[in-house]
Design a protein around this ligand. Structure first.
Ligand SMILES: C[S@@+](CC[C@H](N)C(=O)[O-])C[C@H]1O[C@@H](n2cnc3c(N)ncnc32)[C@H](O)[C@@H]1O
Length: 330
C-alpha cells in the first residue's frame, strides 16, 4: 500500500503516541522527496520502520543536530517546530542506509510489561513446573516472566528484580501461585538476539523517543533475558513448533503462549498452530495462553487460555500492559 498524506494522517492519529513522530508524519506528508523515501521502505508499517531507522542511526551519532530534538538522546530537547529542515536533510542524506535498514529490520517491539497479563493467564492453568514456549517471541523478553517483580496494592509477586511491573487492575484480582519454568523457547521468523549489540540497539530504536520508562524497562529486561538460557528458534512457527514440542521431555507439561504476533498469521496459519498443539497433547499436557487484538474492536487485547480442553476468555489487557481487566478471579 502506498504511503500517502491520508495514510500518514491516520498513522499519526491512531498509531503513534509520540508528539515528535506525529510531527515527522506531517513533515513527510508535505514533502515529495520524503514521500519517495518512505515508499522505498520495504517492511511494514513503513513509518515505524523508517523512524526507527532514523532513531537507530542517531543513537550511533548522538552529536548530529537532529539528535538534539529527541527526548531519548538529549536532556533538553529543542522545540519540535524547529526540526523540519534538519529532519528532512538527515533522511535525504541517509536515504540508502535507511532503505537498507527497512529491508533488513522489522517492527518487533518486545514489551515485558505484557507479562502483567500473560502471567495471570498462566496462573489460571494448573501446572506448577512447565516448559515455556513463546510464538512470535521477538527477543524472548516475555519468556523471563518469572524473573520480573509484579506489584499491585497488596499483591506482590516474583523475585527482587530491576524490572518491576505494575498494571492498573480493573475487575477481578489475579490469583498468584508458585511456578517453575523448566525451559524457555522462543519461536520467531527473525529472532532478536539480546547478546548482539546491533539487535539490542534496534529494539531500543523501536521505542518512541519520549517513552523513557519503556526504554529503561527494555534495557533491564534485555539484561535479564541475556542472562537466562533461552533457546531462540528461527523460522515459521508452523514449521518449528512441532519439532520444539516433540523435543521436550515426554510427559512434562508445556505452556505455549503468543502475544501481539498472531495478527501477522493468516486464519489458516492460526488454525494450524492449534492443530499442532492438539497433536502435541498426545505426549504431554499443553496449556495455551493467548493475548491478541480480537479484531472485534473494543479496548485492549483479548486474554484467553485453554488449559487443555477448551478456550476460556479471561479478560482484556492494554497493548503495552498499562492495565489488565480480568472478568473473574481465574
Ligand atoms: C510485535 S512482535 C511481538 C513480540 C512479543 N510477543 C511481545 O508481545 O512483546 C511479533 C513477532 O511475531 C513474529 N512472527 C510473525 N509471524 C510469525 C510466524 N509465522 N512464525 C514465527 N514468528 C512470527 C515477528 O517476527 C515478530 O517478531
Amino acid at each position: 500500500m502506498e504511503v500517502t498524506l491520508q495514510y500518514l494522517a491516520e498513522w499519526s492519529t491512531h498509531t503513534t503516541s509520540s508528539p515528535l513522530y506525529s510531527h515527522f508524519a506531517g513533515v513527510i506528508a508535505g514533502d515529495e522527496a520524503l514521500l519517495r523515501v518512505i515508499n522505498r521502505i520495504e517492511h511494514r508499517p513503513p513509518p515505524n520502520v523508517l523512524l526507527a531507522g532514523v532513531h537507530y542511526l542517531l543513537m550511533r551519532n548522538p552529536d548530529h543536530p537532529l539528535a538534539g530534538f529527541y527526548p531519548s538522546l538529549s536532556e533538553r530537547p529543542r522545540p519540535v517546530e524547529e526540526v523540519d529542515e534538519v529532519f528532512t536533510g538527515f533522511v535525504l542524506e541517509h536515504e540508502e542506509e535507511l532503505v537498507a535498514l527497512g529491508r533488513e529490520r522489522h517492527t518487533q517491539t518486545n514489551e515485558a510489561r505484557r507479562c502483567t497479563a500473560l502471567l495471570p493467564a498462566i496462573w489460571a492453568g494448573e501446572h506448577q513446573s512447565f516448559h515455556l514456549v513463546d510464538i512470535g517471541t521477538s527477543a524472548g523478553l516475555n519468556l523471563a516472566l518469572d524473573r520480573y517483580h509484579y506489584r499491585r496494592d497488596e499483591i506482590e509477586w516474583g523475585p527482587e528484580s530491576p524490572v518491576r511491573l505494575h498494571a492498573a487492575l480493573r475487575g477481578a484480582e489475579p490469583a498468584p501461585r508458585t511456578i517453575e519454568v523448566l525451559s524457555r523457547t522462543g519461536l520467531d521468523l527473525h529472532p532478536v538476539d539480546t547478546g548482539d549489540p546491533e539487535d539490542r540497539a534496534w529494539l531500543e530504536a523501536l521505542v518512541w523517543p519520549e517513552a523513557s520508562e519503556r526504554r529503561r524497562r527494555l534495557r533491564n529486561a534485555v539484561e535479564i533475558a541475556a542472562g537466562l538460557t533461552i533457546e531462540l528458534v528461527a523460522g515459521n512457527a508452523l514449521e518449528t513448533l512441532p519439532r520444539v514440542l516433540d523435543g521436550l521431555p515426554a510427559g512434562e507439561p508445556a505452556v505455549v503462549m503468543n502475544s501481539f504476533a498472531f495478527n501477522q498469521l493468516s486464519p489458516e496459519q492460526r488454525t494450524g498452530v492449534e492443530e499442532i498443539v492438539h497433536g502435541g497433547r498426545a505426549r504431554r499436557p499443553v496449556q495455551r495462553v493467548w493475548l491478541e487484538f480480537s479484531g472485534l474492536g473494543g479496548e485492549g487485547a483479548e486474554l484467553r487460555t485453554d488449559p487443555g480442553a477448551r478456550w476460556v476468555t479471561l479478560g482484556r489487557a492494554h497493548h503495552h500492559g498499562e492495565w489488565l481487566e480480568l472478568y473473574a478471579r481465574p
